[in-house]
Design a protein. Structure first.
Length: 433
């Protein structure tokens, strides 16, 4: 069963190009079956080739009248489907190309090719192949859509991507007569009609077709019967399918379309609701984005202010560091000056003491005579010693003041601003580093 589903998917890949009974619209199926019933009148008791047989439903229809029918198609999935669904003693299917038919010359009395020629790159080669496999009195029945009508009916859909070459009436006739000297052309149209069928015992059928001038350019399809010999008789053929109640079929079709329209309307309503919800969510997100942008703007402004404050503090720190360096230099210069002064005074005291000692020694012999001078000298010495003591005490105070200055300098160097300056690469280096 799964394989059948795969066949259906493959065969129905392009709607209308591969017809499967039960899977396509009834009108479309009847349109294709009409051509096969048209050809079946010519297939009675004959060997028949259905070129491009597709799913095989038409080949099976031909087998009801023919002696033997072979269906050929280049799609292996189509041949496999046809073999499983249509079996008869006089019916077979095989894979092959219409442009190189796998049969000997003169193998068939009738070749059928419906809606095939427009798909072929080498349609002229196919026509020559059909003539080759036919017996001398054989016939080719071939159909193709009217290019003018088909283009108009497709409208905005554009050209059929599966059609290699489409024909108008005159070109179709010219291509056929270039290979077959005798061609009878028919115009196939899907028309409205009425049937009066007896309920009790259906018998023969009488058909009336109102006469009128043929209009090839307005026809749906062209069907041609081609032969190498003259053909007699080309009556109008009317096919009335079993499901011929057009109004009922159209009402059913309208019902299906209405159901599809309701589903699409429901889908549209759901889509509109989803769109409205998405619009609300978008508005909410947009509002949140605006708030985020506003918050980001505030952060940027705060950051700029902080950067400006950091720059200001760095400038202030640099100034304080420069001032500190100047102050330390001043203290160091004063200390150096005081040290120099103390050393000079100590040297002077030593010099005075040495001079006094020399003077006392030299004048010791004359001590008695110079008592008065000695007393004065002693007094001067005492005065000098007192002055030396005072100067020494003053020097000690200078040392103490120098130590205090050094301690203040060390406190300054350990201050918060100096540490901050070191972190940012400013100020004096750490003496310990």
């Amino acid at each position: 069963m799964g394989r059948r589903l795969n066949w259906r998917n493959e065969l129905a890949e392009f709607t209308g190009e591969r017809v499967i009974p039960g899977e396509v619209d009834v009108d479309l199926l009847n349109e294709h079956m009409a051509r096969y019933t048209f050809a079946a009148r010519l297939a009675r008791g004959k060997r028949v080739l259905d070129a491009g047989c597709g799913a095989g439903y038409g080949t099976a229809e031909l087998a009801r009248a023919a002696e033997r029918v072979v269906g050929v198609d280049r799609a292996p999935e189509a041949i496999e489907f046809a073999r499983e669904h249509y079996a008869a003693h006089n019916l077979s299917f095989e894979e092959g190309s219409c442009e190189a038919l796998p049969h000997a010359a003169g193998s068939f009395e009738l070749v059928v090719a419906f809606e095939v020629i427009e798909h072929l790159e080498d349609w002229r080669g196919f026509l020559r192949e059909a003539r080759r496999v036919l017996v001398s009195g054989g016939q080719l029945v071939v159909s193709t859509p009217n290019k003018l009508y088909y283009t108009e009916s497709r409208g905005a859909d554009g050209a059929n991507p599966f059609h290699v070459h489409e024909f108008d009436f005159e070109e179709f006739r010219a291509e056929l007569t270039a290979v077959f000297p005798h061609v009878s052309l028919f115009l196939e149209n899907h028309i409205a009609g009425f049937t009066f069928q007896p309920h009790e015992s259906p018998g023969t059928a009488e058909v009336r077709v109102d006469s009128g001038d043929p209009a090839p350019n307005e026809s749906h399809f062209f069907v041609a019967v081609c032969a190498n010999r003259p053909q007699t008789g080309n009556p109008t053929y009317v096919y009335v399918p079993r499901t011929a109640n057009v109004l009922r079929e159209r009402e059913r079709h309208i019902g299906l379309l209405q159901k599809e329209l309701d589903e699409k309307n429901q889908w549209l309503a759901d889509a509109q609701r989803d769109l409205a919800q998405m619009t609300r969510e978008y508005a909410k997100i947009e509002h949140e984005l605006e708030e985020s942008n506003r918050w980001a703007g505030d952060l940027n402004r705060d950051l700029e202010e902080r950067r400006a404050r950091v720059a200001e503090l760095q400038t202030e720190l640099a100034g304080e560091q420069e001032s500190g360096r100047q102050t330390v230099a001043g203290y160091e210069a004063k200390i150096s000056e005081l040290e120099t002064d103390v050393q000079s005074k100590i040297k002077w005291a030593h010099d005075v003491e040495a001079a006094l000692t020399s003077e006392i020694t030299n004048q010791a012999a004359d001590l008695n005579h110079q008592t008065t001078e000695l007393v004065r000298a002693v007094e001067a010495l005492h005065h000098t010693e007192k002055e030396l003591q005072e100067r020494t005490e003053w020097a000690l105070r200078l040392d103490k003041e120098s130590a205090e200055l050094a301690r203040q300098v060390e406190l300054y160097r350990a201050s918060r601003w100096v540490k901050l300056g070191r972190k940012v690469g400013l100020g004096p280096a750490n003496p310990a580093s």
